[in-house]
Ligand binder design. Structure first.
Ligand code: PNW
Length: 459
């Protein structure tokens, strides 16, 4: 069985993870440049200075995507490349870079899917308060407006924020991502409110200024839960747990971010849990956050398994010993791509696009000079089969973006984890398509028709 007609097959990346040239072409510093300079924060002190060198390799990279046959490329725009200080003076060389990229993609029939913010906050804005400052949503609106004025003659697919759960939770609360702060829950919830306002203002700005009718979405991640069995009770337990906010790891959830964005209010359960830590907000602010959207993006990698315990309450099911994991130690749960889209569509009522899915696997150049990554092929086979099952069961899924087109700077893990369909030799910046690249090209070419219908249990 193929995927739906007009399904978009794509690959994804983010500016700081691939571009390099952080000091070149007039780019200003971002919070990740500064974070990488702090001792012990990033694996072996790695940083994004060179990364994959994509800033200098537009034609080569687009040619590879064209060989892959994808219809879409989700990339992010580097705010500090366009505005070295975040606001004020624009940097024409930065704008010209994305012109080159977008034009090269369009010439090969690849649609740009632009993420406005994938974590590279301009350092000078951070120094002025960053997301904690109530001007931050104004700054983001100004940046968005410049992006839309420049590129919306060619770009129609837009995402505002990538994973606020991570840049706010890990960046401002746990301190393991840039800018490396350990703020109180109250402060982080204030910053979160500002980030949600920034999302709303960006959506409004795109609608007001886009030169072509836009398709706009949000790209969250969250604490996905999947049921142990297909019993109605287990599925209900997984659904409830998916939208619950837990006391520990409270920032990693869907509902605190997605309910305001898609439904116009903070979730009751979160309001109760957070109590006095919830920032003051007005009805107008909630209206601004709740702009109409066209699509619900979501990044899905793994999930927690639950069953219905007493009274139907979700009860965590420990993984069997030896359950397969990726190199990131994320458990491999293919059903995440069935239940994730299903639960999100039920709650938010929008078509779904998988904005990221993939794995870090153990890849190197083998003795024959090739990069064989059977684990990635198997992972994607399993996950995509579940996504197709979701489509067959009536979930409206519009596209799938594999993370990632190439190995890249994996944030606090530096270059130690490889997520790509293309292997990067970081010394020479040579790109070597892995086996999974050729395999994924077949998936794209056949619209998933050649995925097997029968799949052996994974453990
Ligand atoms: C995403 N989790 O981050 C990001 O959008 C990418 O930039 C990143 O390279 C990719 O996933 C792989 O890590 C995530 O804890 C961070 O479940 C954390 C989680 C998921 C995704």
């Amino acid at each position: 069985m193929p995927f739906p007609e007009k399904f978009t097959w794509g690959v994804a990346s983010a500016a700081y993870q691939i571009e390099g040239s952080t000091d070149i072409g007039g780019r200003g510093p971002c919070v990740w440049d500064a974070f990488c300079n702090m001792p012990e924060k990033v694996f072996e002190g790695h940083n994004g200075e060179i990364a994959c060198g994509s800033y200098d390799r537009v034609d080569e990279d687009v040619e590879l995507m064209s060989k892959l046959g994808v219809g879409g490329y989700r990339f992010s725009i580097s705010w500090p490349r366009l505005f070295p200080n975040g606001i004020g003076e624009p940097n024409e060389a930065g704008f010209a870079y994305y012109d080159r990229l977008i034009d090269a993609m369009l010439a090969k029939g690849i649609e740009p899917w632009v993420t406005l913010y994938h974590w590279d906050l301009p350092l000078s804005l951070h120094e002025q308060g960053g997301w904690l400052d109530s001007r931050s949503h104004q700054w983001f609106e100004e940046y968005t407006r410049a992006v839309v004025e420049r590129y919306s003659d060619r770009v129609t697919h837009w995402f505002t924020l990538n994973e606020p759960q991570i840049f706010l939770g890990l960046g401002l609360n746990e301190g393991t991502h840039a800018p490396g702060l350990k703020l109180s829950r109250k402060e982080v919830l204030l910053a979160t409110h500002h980030a949600l306002l920034a999302h709303g203002r960006a959506v409004k700005t795109i609608r007001e200024h886009a030169k072509q009718s836009p398709m706009i979405g949000f790209a969250p991640v969250g604490n996905l839960h999947t049921p142990e069995t297909d019993s109605a009770a287990d599925i209900e337990a997984a659904r409830r747990a998916t939208f619950d906010i837990e006391e520990k790891g409270w920032a990693f959830n869907y509902s605190w971010y997605c309910d305001p964005v898609f439904l116009g209010h903070y979730p009751e359960q979160g309001l109760e849990l957070f109590g006095d830590d919830v920032p003051e907000f007005t009805a107008q602010e909630m209206e601004l956050i709740n702009q109409p959207l066209d699509i619900c993006g979501v990044n899905i990698y793994s999930s927690v398994i639950v069953r219905a315990g007493e009274n139907g309450d979700p009860e965590r099911v420990p993984s069997v010993r030896g359950h397969p994991m990726t190199m990131f130690k994320w458990t491999i749960i293919p059903r995440s791509l069935y239940f994730g889209p299903k639960f999100l569509q039920e709650r938010y009522g929008l078509p779904i696009v998988i904005t990221e899915n993939g794995l870090a696997s153990m890849d190197w150049v083998h003795a024959d000079g090739q990069v064989h990554d059977p684990g990635r092929i198997d992972y994607l086979t399993r996950y995509l089969s579940e996504l197709r099952r979701a489509c067959d069961d009536g979930v409206d899924v519009r596209g799938y973006f594999q993370w990632s087109i190439m190995d890249n700077f994996e944030w606090a893990e530096g270059y130690s984890l490889r997520f790509g369909l293309i292997y990067l030799d970081y010394q020479t910046l040579r790109r070597i398509p892995k086996d999974s690249f050729r395999w994924y090209a077949e998936v794209v070419r056949t619209n998933g028709e050649h995925l097997p219908n029968s799949i052996a249990p994974i453990a």
